[in-house]
Every structure is written in structure tokens, then in C-alpha cells.
Design a protein around this ligand. Structure first.
Ligand SMILES: NC(=O)c1ccc[n+]([C@@H]2O[C@H](COP(=O)([O-])OP(=O)(O)OC[C@H]3O[C@@H](n4cnc5c(N)ncnc54)[C@H](OP(=O)(O)O)[C@@H]3O)[C@@H](O)[C@H]2O)c1
Length: 251
């Protein structure tokens, strides 16, 4: 694996993002640890450095335009380019409630989209000039199988019982965002893919997932390190209906 690569992971202070930062760091990349809380970000930076990674905390709230602009300016000034962007920060608000579409709290819907969709577009656009300067940049948008319209509307799928709007539809939107960036960038070396980490035990779901954050991070790392002939514009990762294998999921 090439060293001296610069990677930015958003929401890297815990969960799948922290594990992704650890794994990218273990591959010799300089990892910028995006976190909206300075204390949590510095703690993650310390933990990653103690583990041998070249990690650096960067303050980043993906819903704050000023914060996004400051990170882009910092990366430009200190590195001049960005090789890997993992749009990992995400929220699943109000999932403990009944979750039926007819009971959707529009404020929860707005907040969810602000982070899971608008935040990704804002961060990507701020960093795209720097990603274009890298030899072969990779953008990974951490999505979910619950964003797959095909799986969520298949009565034979284990996802069929879920009928909530905010989180699933935000990941559906993120899937389209991914596909559109891949289309725009199809004649460049930049690859843009959506990751399905599978159901991982993190704070997001009260640690109810059956996979570890490290296993979830493997998916993002695979897409962040794709070779030149690798795919772009795919939803790829854990195939829950497929004996634990990895592969392309339907949109
Ligand atoms: N866990 C799963 O089963 C699963 C499955 C499919 C997809 N995913 C996706 O995987 C990604 C990581 O989730 P996770 O499971 O690791 O959850 P997590 O442990 O709750 O981590 C979420 C991370 O996102 C950060 N974040 C939230 N809002 C942010 C904002 N406005 N700006 C910057 N950072 C923000 C959090 O920071 P704070 O600590 O400050 O809150 C935290 O670092 C998410 O996109 C999630 O949707 C998870």
C-alpha cells in the first residue's frame, strides 16, 4: 500500500469511523480525525497515535459551513491535496420511537438529512478540489442497506419489517448522491462509492449490532483503497442475506 497518503474520516472519534481511521493509519496513511467535539477528537487522536498511526484531530462538524470551510483550508495549507475522504459521520435520530412513516417527526427528518445528506455534499464539495489534485482519490460515503429501496421493499428480505422514514430515506438520498458524484467524476481517477458496513454494535444503535465496528470499517477501507480498475458508483459491502459475504447491493 502506498504511504504518505492523506485521508480524512468524518465522525472519526468513535464507532466505525474510529475503526476506519485506525485501519487506514495501519496502512501507512496520515489520518485526519474529523470530530465535532474537541475533547472526543483529541482522545481519539491520542488512542490512534498510541496504536502507531499518524493521526491528527481536525475539528469538523459536517453541519457547520464554517467548520467545513476551515477543514478544507487546513488540508490545503498543510497537505495541498487529499487522497481519501470517508464521509462517515451520521446520525440515526429517534430510532427508539415507533418509526412509522405516518408518525414521522419532521424535525427529526430535517436534522437527519442535515447530517447524513447535506453534510456529505458540503464536505465533499469543499474538499473536491483537493481530491482532484491527488493521483487517484477515493470518496467513500458510509451508507446502509436500509437505504436500498430494492431490499426495503422486498417482502422476503430481513429488512422488510422496517418502515421508518428519516434514517432509511437519508441513506437512500446518500446513495443517489454517491451515484451522481460518480457520474460527474467518471472520466477522472476519482472513485466514489457507498459503503454498507452491516449491522455493527455502536452507539448509533445502542450496541445492538452483531458485527464489530472493525468489521464495519473493513468495508470503508476496501472502498478507500480500490485499485485503478476498481468500481465506482456502487453500493458495496456486507451482504446480510449472503452468509456474511461482501459484494454489490442493489440500490
Ligand atoms: N452501526 C451500524 O450498524 C451502521 C450500519 C450502517 C451504516 N452505519 C453508518 O456508519 C456511520 C458511522 O456510524 P456508527 O455506527 O459508527 O455510529 P456512532 O458510533 O454513533 O458514530 C457516529 C459518528 O458520527 C459523528 N457525528 C454525528 N454528527 C456529526 C456532525 N454533525 N459532524 C461531525 N460528526 C458527527 C459522531 O460524533 P459525536 O461523538 O460527536 O456524536 C460519531 O463520531 C454512520 O454514517 C452510520 O449511519 C452504521
Amino acid at each position: 500500500m502506498t504511504t504518505n497518503m492523506i485521508a480524512l474520516v468524518t465522525g472519526a472519534n468513535k464507532g466505525i469511523g474510529l475503526a476506519t481511521a485506525r485501519q487506514l493509519g495501519a496502512r501507512g496513511m496520515t489520518v485526519l480525525v474529523g470530530a465535532r467535539d474537541a475533547e472526543r477528537g483529541r482522545a481519539a487522536e491520542r488512542e490512534l497515535r498510541d496504536g502507531g498511526a499518524d493521526a491528527r484531530f481536525v475539528p469538523l462538524d459536517v453541519t457547520d459551513a464554517g467548520s467545513v470551510a476551515r477543514v478544507a483550508a487546513l488540508v490545503e495549507q498543510d497537505y495541498g491535496r487529499l487522497d481519501v475522504l470517508v464521509n462517515n459521520a451520521g446520525v440515526a435520530l429517534g430510532v427508539a420511537g415507533p418509526g412509522l412513516p405516518s408518525e414521522t417527526d419532521v424535525n427529526v427528518l430535517r436534522q437527519t438529512y442535515e447530517t447524513n445528506v447535506v453534510g456529505v455534499v458540503a464536505v465533499t464539495n469543499a474538499l473536491l478540489p483537493l481530491l482532484r489534485r491527488a493521483a487517484a482519490a477515493r470518496i467513500v460515503n458510509v451508507s446502509s442497506e436500509v437505504g436500498s429501496v430494492a431490499l426495503m421493499t422486498d417482502p422476503t428480505s430481513f429488512l422488510w419489517p422496517i418502515a421508518s422514514v428519516p434514517y432509511p430515506s437519508s441513506k437512500t438520498a446518500l446513495n443517489m448522491v454517491t451515484a451522481m458524484y460518480a457520474k460527474e467524476l467518471r472520466n477522472t481517477p476519482v472513485k466514489v462509492n457507498a459503503a454498507n458496513p452491516g449491522y455493527c454494535a455502536t452507539d448509533l444503535n445502542g450496541h445492538s449490532g452483531f458485527r464489530t465496528p472493525e468489521q464495519g470499517a473493513e468495508v470503508s477501507v476496501h472502498l478507500a483503497t480500490l485499485p485503478a480498475d476498481g468500481p465506482t458508483g456502487r453500493l458495496w459491502g456486507f451482504l446480510a442475506d449472503g452468509d456474511g459475504a461482501y459484494g454489490v447491493l442493489p440500490w
